[in-house]
Design a binder for this molecule. Structure first.
Ligand code: SF4
Ligand code: SF4
Length: 348
């Protein structure tokens, strides 16, 4: 049983994982909107997240560090910077594309209406910096003009990027049946000789036709590989990938996945993701304690109006005091129910 702790928002990332109070911000494995990423990192770091997870892109990592430096100057603490990689095709690592010259002039632009990232400006196709690959625009186009393209770092380039950028943690997105590819990614990480705080593994059941026991077997095979190289695992259970901004109902899948895996998963913290939002905590009983949660689409969506207004003002949230203050309040509403969760009933 952990003791109650008034300083819970200031817990170290490892302590937060151990106490079930870990909160991660997912900026998006394909998101390259640098001004937004710098602001999101700063706002959520001040709000108390323990980790910020970003694309494997040097410019994105620089923007994230800029935001984290800003936050550290304000509150004196710094979340881990995690970089997301994939060992194969994955919807988190893609971008949409179409040629606007093929669009009818009178198209009412349903593609733009469904885009949560405001990544389809009038007459200009997809803004690839902003697109994070959610895929919602693809079926929205009545002419089928939009296609998706993979956007991921080849395994051979992983070690070089990690040596250069030195993140605190790495996440590998994997899928059932890809243990050979996963092993190659782990070898690349080991070759970087980077002292990672954690090696997270993101995996879910959606679209794989597996039951929880089958997924657990997949995770165990990855655990053996990771421990061989001394990596400390963190399991990200991806309930409904990239759906957290859609509605409260999407958050049930991650909780159900955690329930079905907690007794059979390999050692290491089990963290919820995929469809997670402000409703997620309400689906847990008081005696249910996953290691924590990651917020992606929901975390970005609640700040999107302020990010857009800052852009219209030709500034950043960090340089706009009223916008900054409102953004931090909104972010805290999402983060603090987890980061300050009472420890009554905590037993893992
Ligand atoms: S809807 Fe999703 S996939 Fe399409 S442009 Fe927007 S972010 Fe990219
Ligand atoms: S819905 Fe299709 S045709 Fe219309 S603007 Fe979007 S991509 Fe072009």
């Amino acid at each position: 049983m952990a003791a109650d702790d008034d300083s819970a928002p200031g817990l170290t990332p490892d302590a937060a994982l151990g106490q079930g109070r870990w909160v991660k911000l997912i900026c998006g494995a394909s998101n390259q909107d640098l001004p937004a990423i710098a602001d999101l990192s700063a706002v959520y770091a001040v709000a108390g997240v323990h980790c910020v997870d970003v694309a494997a892109d040097p410019a994105v990592i620089r923007a994230t560090r800029m935001g984290l430096d800003w936050a550290e100057g304000l509150v004196g603490r710094r979340p881990w910077l995690m970089v997301s990689l994939s060992d194969g095709a994955d919807p988190h690592f893609r971008k949409a594309w179409f040629d606007p010259l093929h669009c009818p002039a009178d198209c009412p632009r349903p593609c733009a209406r469904v885009c949560p990232a405001d990544a389809i400006p009038v007459g200009a196709g997809v803004d690839t910096q902003r697109c994070y690959g959610c895929g919602r625009c693809l079926p929205a186009c009545p002419l089928g003009l939009i296609s998706e393209h993979e956007h991921q770092l080849p395994i051979a380039a992983m070690a070089e990027l990690l040596r250069a950028e030195r993140p605190d943690a790495v996440e590998i997105h994997t899928s059932p049946g890809r243990s050979i590819e996963f092993a190659a990614a782990v070898e690349a990480l080991a070759a970087s000789a980077l002292p990672l705080q954690r090696l997270a593994v993101s995996c879910g059941l959606e679209g794989h036709g597996l039951n929880p026991a089958g997924l657990a077997a997949e995770l165990w095979s990855r655990y053996v590989l990771m421990r061989r190289h001394g990596f400390r695992p963190l399991w990200q259970l991806d309930g409904r990938p990239m759906r957290g901004d859609i509605g409260a109902g999407t958050s049930r899948a991650a909780v159900q996945l955690w329930r079905s895996l907690q007794a059979v998963a390999p050692p290491g913290p089990l963290q919820l993701a995929g469809g997670t939002n402000a409703a997620t905590l309400g689906h847990l009983a008081p005696d249910e304690w996953p290691a924590g949660v990651a917020f992606g689409g929901m975390a970005r969506r609640v700040l999107q109006p302020l990010l857009q207004e800052a852009q219209q003002r030709q500034t950043s949230l960090r340089e706009w005091p009223e916008g900054w203050s409102e953004a931090v309040t909104i972010a805290r509403d999402l983060v603090e129910p987890w980061s300050t969760r009472p420890t009554v009933g905590f037993s893992c």
